[in-house]
Design a protein around this ligand. Structure first.
Ligand SMILES: *Cc1c(COP(=O)(O)O)cnc(C)c1O
Length: 574
């Protein structure tokens, strides 16, 4: 790809040179140009020219990739957006505007804070260590009262995602597994050989579910985000070592999990977001193709994505990846133990795993539909070379030769035991049954939104799994989320477009008809007497991930998110 760019670049340089007053025609003109250039320079000027040409080359390839990836109009819009952003930032910094915005932010953050943090009238807060340790009875009593503090009633299945199983027997088994392996650490396989065995068995079982070929491998991680971080890290390192790429770029759908943005931010990778098809909500393959350039180290597809539960066209992405000889990651963090069971369960399915040529890595969260305790996921690779690219090795440390397969150093062996125990007790048939049950309920919800709740809600694309997203052209979808919240339902609010989704879990299955009924009633309540609806949600209002209800976020979204994070660590004074 760079060859064509180089050709154009050199031609341009020569064309500029020939525009000067050199004599001659055809090749001799070129020769005269070279001689004239050589004669007109002293030594250090060659170095200066070299540096200058290198700078031009850098700018030239950057602009080329930008225009190829986004088109001329897209590139202009890209620059325009930057200028607008700069102007808005300057404008918001004007003293009178700033005070107004600050007050608005303060009002929202105060509300956020009072929603999130019970006051010291309700609870006693402990700001420092108790001088004398408590008795275990006292500790347990506190723990029990803290457990009843919950806001949303997940046990009744009224929360989208978040808790995936929650069955009493399973929780008890997991607690026993924890108990047995409370001190275990995967960093020391010599001390805890049983944990090593369980981890490699978990990886092997998940590889098998994803039809991995011989030679495929993986590691366990602390969760989906870590799996994604490692997939990006591996791709970056692999491209550097095999192709010498120093300015790595990733091409992913706009709907991909924010963990990829996090990876790009952490590891200094440029992330391109490819738009989605407005009908299917799958990533637009032509756009992905246009965004590929000589710096691309990884393509990404989701199976399914978090916002809409849509599975990207993985075979098409695989073909692209092969043609350009780039790795392809499939994010099946959410698909986890649902996707591999769709086909065996006789449900509508799609190709998404290692059977698709070109797929080089897959992430699968055991802590979602695998029902393992929170804090576990698996990252899989087609070959050991790719896995080794995520490893960290330090041979010079005075603490000894150090090697670590994933991001963490010490890793809780108890979580491995909990995950292993879960997978062994549920087994293939158990997961098959839960897939049928969960996807059956999700599809019932999808059909009800389309056929029973009527024209006011629109399902986004055609989700075939456990997540159903819907928007409204007539009522404010965030108001719908708010009325559902009053009925005890904790649904996830999405943006761009404004929508909400339900990730159906094992706990939602028995209450799916209640959910449909409450949705219907809430929509009717918002539509009012005339049946025309109020107005759809405006862009620029959105909910923070994990917090129900909507707030006006235009221009201040980042400040609200930071305030939310700060709240996580606030302790009211007693
Ligand atoms: C949940 C999820 C992840 C990872 O999230 P964690 O919270 O880190 O487990 C990644 N991708 C998708 C599509 C997800 O739904």
């Amino acid at each position: 790809m760079r060859i064509i760019q180089l050709g154009v670049f050199i031609s341009l340089l020569i064309a500029i040179g020939l525009n000067t007053t050199v004599e001659g025609a055809g090749p001799s003109r070129l020769y005269n140009l070279a001689i004239e250039y050589y004669d007109s320079r002293v030594h250090w000027q060659f170095i200066r020219d070299f540096v200058f040409v290198k700078f031009l080359w850098y700018q030239f390839t950057r602009s080329w990739d930008l225009i190829m990836g986004y088109g001329v109009i897209g590139a202009v819009k890209f620059l325009y957006d930057r200028v607008v952003h700069l102007a808005v930032t300057q404008f918001m910094a004007l003293p009178s505007i700033k005070t107004k915005v600050d007050n608005e932010v303060l009002a929202i953050t105060t509300k956020l804070e009072s929603d999130m943090i019970p006051s010291s009238d309700e609870l006693t807060y402990y700001h420092e260590l108790p001088r004398q340790g408590w008795t275990s009875e006292a500790v347990l009593e506190q723990l029990h009262s803290l457990e009843t503090l919950k806001h949303s009633n997940w046990e009744k299945g009224r929360v989208s995602g978040a808790v995936y199983h929650g069955g009493e027997d399973l929780l008890e088994l997991q607690a026993k597994a924890y108990n047995l392996f409370g001190v275990a650490n995967q960093l020391h396989p010599d001390v805890f050989p049983g944990v090593r065995k369980m981890e490699s068995e978990i990886v092997s079982m998940v590889l098998k579910l994803y039809n991995a070929p011989t030679g495929a491998c993986g590691t366990s991680t602390s969760g989906g985000t870590e799996s994604l971080l490692l997939a990006c890290l591996s791709a970056k390192k692999h491209a550097f070592e095999t192709r010498g790429v120093t300015d790595p770029e990733i091409v992913a759908p706009i709907t991909v999990h924010a963990g990829f943005d996090k990876a790009a931010y952490y590891f200094g990778i440029k992330l391109h977001h490819a738009p989605i098809d407005p009908i299917t909500y799958q990533v637009d393959i032509l756009h992905v193709k246009r965004l590929i350039n000589a710096n691309t180290v990884l393509l990404v597809g989701s199976a399914p994505n978090f916002p809409h539960g849509i599975i990207d066209d993985i075979p098409a992405l695989g073909a692209l990846a092969q043609r350009h000889n780039i790795p392809l990651h499939v994010d099946a963090c959410l698909g986890s133990f649902i996707m591999p069971f769709l086909e065996p369960a006789g449900l509508t399915s799609a190709l998404f795993d290692f059977r698709v040529p070109g797929v080089t890595s897959v992430s699968c969260d055991t802590h979602k539909y695998g029902f393992a305790p929170k804090g576990s996921s698996v990252i899989m690779y087609r070959n050991q070379l790719l896995r080794a690219s995520q490893y960290f090795v330090c041979t010079k440390w005075s603490g000894g030769i150090y090697g670590s397969p994933t991001l963490a150093g010490s890793r809780p062996g108890a979580l491995m035991a909990g995950c292993w125990a879960t997978m062994m007790t549920i087994g293939y048939e158990g997961y098959l049954a839960s897939c049928l049950e969960i996807v059956g309920a999700a599809q019932r919800l999808k059909a009800a939104i389309r056929d029973e709740i009527g024209p006011h809600l629109q399902v986004l694309g055609d989700p075939i799994g456990a997540v159903i997203a819907f928007k409204s052209d007539t009522v404010n979808i965030y108001d719908l989320a708010d009325s559902m919240k009053k009925l005890g339902w904790h649904l996830s609010a999405l943006q761009k477009p404004a929508a909400i989704h339900v990730a159906v879990t094992k706990l939602t299955v028995p209450v799916i008809d209640d959910l449909i009924r409450d949705l219907k009633d809430s929509v009717n309540g918002l539509v009012g007497q005339d049946g025309r609806g109020s107005a759809p949600a405006k862009e620029g209002t959105a909910a923070l991930y994990g917090v129900a209800g909507s707030v006006k976020t235009a221009g201040v979204a980042d400040r609200l998110a930071v305030a939310f994070l700060d709240n996580l660590y606030k302790l009211p004074k007693n």
